[in-house]
Design a protein around this ligand. Structure first.
Ligand SMILES: [Zn+2]
Length: 336
């Protein structure tokens, strides 16, 4: 039996013939298993969806309650049978509710990890390595030059700048699901207890996180219409990447443009976005996390997808681990 018989890439995403389901399908399918709520992995319009309770809630918030016909909650660590296949979900450490999906059939286990990271995130459960025969890994930052710096030091850069420029508004661009809440939570952990202002597009998800017990402190709408421009002097404002690029961000008093992303490691990207204060804060694994994880799961074979596949495939081969790129389409690095 080949691993491809259990799971293989198709135009609609990773397909499992003996279970007749897709993982994170990019096209509409009858049965989808979804790793996490980012828009490139969780799409509306599938008939049946299985995901963690948190991811199902996030999909309902983003797409409406009718995002699918039937929902099935995947409890972490519990096995379920679908067709001839046993599936189980395990924490991925990427965003709230994110999971890796393990599929087993005839003694072979493949783990589709979705997006994942290994470093601490106070807004979600930590990644758990699952031993497997084939490990499917993301490759967003799969080059040795990508080594994410210490998180606390990045957050401190923001706080230092706020102390240095108390009359300026600090506007942090961050993706709406995961990154925005993580930035806010890290800032709270560092002792910042004033209200934090958020763009309207972040409200529903921030409310959801708070409701789930992830304490984000006092959040207020960053609506300039209701206040005078000067009201935001010295304020910390968090907005989505699209709002950040928009005129919205320039309405605030003498703003310090900041952006929280793994891509801020690349100076040119920061410059292109007009970012004055880049914060290198990623929800994806860096090179060391990727290679450590491949060692941890002890897979005989590694499939590499969405990102810089070649370098990681080459690294695996040098370690004596069979590896190949999957060439799945439709997954962007937008969420970074
Ligand atoms: Zn993601």
């Amino acid at each position: 039996m080949k691993a491809d018989d259990l799971l293989h890439p198709t135009r609609k995403g990773l397909y499992c013939p003996p279970g007749d389901f897709y993982i994170d399908p990019v096209g509409k399918v009858d049965r989808a298993l979804v790793t996490h709520g980012h828009a490139d992995h969780a799409r509306p319009g599938n008939r049946a969806v299985m995901a963690t309770r948190e991811t199902l809630d996030i999909m309902a918030i983003r797409y409406g309650e009718d995002f699918c016909e039937t929902r099935q909650v995947a409890e972490l660590g519990k096995t379920t049978t679908i067709g001839d296949v046993t599936v189980s979900f395990h924490p991925a450490g990427h965003v709230y509710g994110s999971a890796q999906i393990a599929v087993e059939w005839k003694g072979m286990r493949i783990v589709a990890s979705g997006d994942y990271k290994r470093r601490r995130d106070p807004t979600c459960a930590a990644f758990e390595p699952v031993k497997c025969d084939v490990f499917i890994t993301e490759a967003t930052f799969a080059l040795p030059v990508f080594r994410h710096p210490d998180t606390a030091a990045e957050v401190e850069k923001l706080l230092v700048s706020m102390r240095r420029f108390p009359e300026r508004a600090h506007i942090v661009g961050a993706y709406a699901l995961g990154k925005a809440q993580r930035v806010i939570r890290h800032v709270r952990e560092a002792g910042y207890d004033k209200p934090i202002y958020i763009h309207g597009a972040l409200k529903k998800l921030c409310d959801f996180y708070q409701h789930e017990g992830i304490e984000l402190g006092e959040l207020r709408p960053a609506t300039i219409e209701t206040g005078k421009k000067g009201d935001f002097a010295g304020a910390l404002i968090v907005g989505t990447p699209s709002a950040f690029a928009d005129k919205w961000a320039r309405r605030f008093p003498d703003p310090v443009a900041s952006f929280a992303s793994g891509w801020m490691r690349v100076r040119q990207r920061a410059r292109q976005r007009g970012v004055e204060l880049p914060l290198i804060l990623s929800d994806h694994s860096d090179w060391d996390e990727l290679t450590q994880t491949i060692k941890d799961v002890e897979a005989e074979e590694v499939w590499v997808t969405h990102g810089r596949e070649e370098a990681l495939v080459r690294w695996c081969e040098l370690q004596g681990v069979a590896a190949r790129p999957l060439h799945l389409v439709g997954y962007e690095d937008e969420a970074e």
